[in-house]
Design a protein around this ligand. Structure first.
Ligand code: HEM
Length: 433
């Protein structure tokens, strides 16, 4: 092979085996082939921390596929320039940074408390739709404050449009074919944008730009002045869905773990007793008083990272670990296997939140954590996600015990298609004494 060093190929590995059970196949690949392995010719998996971080950080060599779920809408006056889009991106990031989220904990906490307070008790309920509704309310309010109630129904439709787009189909249609799912997506995107446009105009004409994320995007910057309206509007459908889609998947796993680990749930409930009786009085200092709850959230994200597989394409022939990767190859980055590597975490398959608290049994501390990715495309919403999930976990455990329906079969299916999720998860809540 003339000096080329190919990653080992998984015996019996094929797209058929992969499609049958992706998680099992990913684990077998890491165990049998090592840190980088080959699923099919031209499709590689980065399975361990080192190569995963290298691929995500070397964004020039391994760019992210440029196929956004909500591509800019076609307009007679043309789309915003790439420069305007990158400014819009920077403005959006300002609205999501940790300090901006910390300043708004008092708005988030009443909504997570409402979720906990309204959980139906003494019956098995399908939990993900309830969680998604609560987190969409939080996410859309975070972005648009008092304009959120009018925009929330459109956000739910955007979510449905996204679900339809990623549903498995027998055919891989070329990107330009207007399939029914793509037409539905465009209709919902237009409806959302049309609902948002008057909000943008009203805020700009009144001068009351708002202290939310939209307000951040409407403020002029010393670098680029005012962003054009279309540049603001184009960036918002994707981020609106992002505020609740992946967090809902994470919340499903977290609530399942509270049900399966009652002692951990009791400890979360005890910690949550320090939260103020009026949730609106919650501050980032109260959040700092919930270290164990945050450890539970991190530990669940480690074991079940909702974004368990990230896709990149090699822009040119390059080296990864000791291997040659050809231009055009697909590289799948797998936080799921990287998080379950004994070189990174002691007893990697065990749920042990204590490892995040300076656990004396694992003096090395936790290893690499890729649930939010890393590098130039790392998650923009990590601070918001951790805040929402920590409060939701604390307030739910404070009010209720959770349990799984009795019986030998799990009350959910593990979906790996577009993120790792507990589809159909049913849980029962009982109010604590
Ligand atoms: C538990 C919840 C969440 C998890 C596990 C998560 C995970 C991730 C991961 C792994 C990536 C990197 C994707 C890649 O490299 O291909 C990412 C990117 C991103 N996330 Fe999150 N995310 C969460 C919540 C959020 C929230 C609440 C928001 C919005 C407020 C958000 C907005 C984004 C955006 C915009 C990107 C794309 C960044 C880019 O391409 O430059 N995420 N997220």
């Amino acid at each position: 092979m003339g000096g080329r060093n190919e990653p080992p190929r998984l015996a019996g590995g094929s797209f058929a085996a992969w499609s049958r059970d992706r998680l099992a196949c990913a684990r077998r690949g890491a165990e049998e082939c090592g840190d980088v392995w080959q699923l099919e010719p031209g499709v590689y998996v980065a399975a361990a921390a080192g190569p995963c971080e290298a691929v995500l950080r070397r964004a020039q060599d391994f760019p992210k596929a440029s196929a956004p779920l909500f591509p800019p809408l076609k307009r007679p006056e043309g789309a915003p320039t790439p420069e305007q889009r990158s400014y819009a991106h920077a403005a959006r990031m300002r609205g999501l940074r940790a300090q901006a989220v910390a300043d708004r904990v008092g708005e988030i906490a009443p909504r997570t408390a409402r979720f906990a307070g309204h959980l139906p008790t003494l019956q098995d309920v399908e939990i993900l739709p309830l969680v998604r509704h609560a987190l969409a309310d939080i996410g859309v309010s975070y972005l648009f404050s008092e304009d959120a109630p009018a925009l929330l129904p459109y956000a739910s439709q955007l979510f449905l449009a996204r679900e339809a787009l990623v549903r498995p189909s027998r055919w891989m249609w070329p990107r330009w074919v207007p399939t029914p799912a793509r037409r539905f997506r465009t209709r919902q995107q237009i409806a959302f944008t049309d609902a948002l446009r008057p909000v943008v105009r009203r805020r700009r004409s009144s001068g009351r730009l708002g202290d939310d994320m939209l307000g951040q995007m409407l403020r002029p910057s010393p670098h680029y002045g005012l962003l054009p309206e279309e540049a603001v509007l184009d960036t918002l459908p994707g981020i609106t869905v992002a505020t609740f889609e992946t967090p809902s998947r994470a919340a499903g796993w977290i609530l399942l773990h509270l049900a399966r680990h009652p002692r951990a749930a009791d400890r979360v409930a005890a910690e949550a007793a320090s939260l103020p009786a009026d949730p609106a009085a919650t501050t980032s200092a109260h959040l700092g008083g919930l270290p164990y709850t945050q450890a539970v959230v991190s530990e669940v994200l480690r074991l079940y990272p909702p974004s368990w597989l990230l896709t990149r394409r090699a822009a040119r022939q390059t080296q990864l670990a000791d291997y040659t990767i050809d231009a055009g190859s697909t590289v799948l980055v797998c936080p799921y296997t990287a998080h379950r590597d004994a070189r990174e975490y002691d007893e990697p398959d065990r749920f042990r939140p204590e490892r995040w608290l300076g656990d004396p049994d694992s003096p090395a501390g936790p290893g690499v954590f890729l649930a939010f990715g890393t590098g130039p495309h790392g998650c923009e919403g990590a601070a918001l996600a951790m805040t929402m999930l920590t409060l939701l976990t604390a307030q739910t455990a404070r009010r209720c015990h959770l349990s799984e329906p009795p019986g030998p079969e799990p009350g959910y299916q593990v979906s790996t298609l577009e993120g790792l999720a507990t589809v159909g998860l049913r849980l029962r809540a009982t109010v604590r004494d």
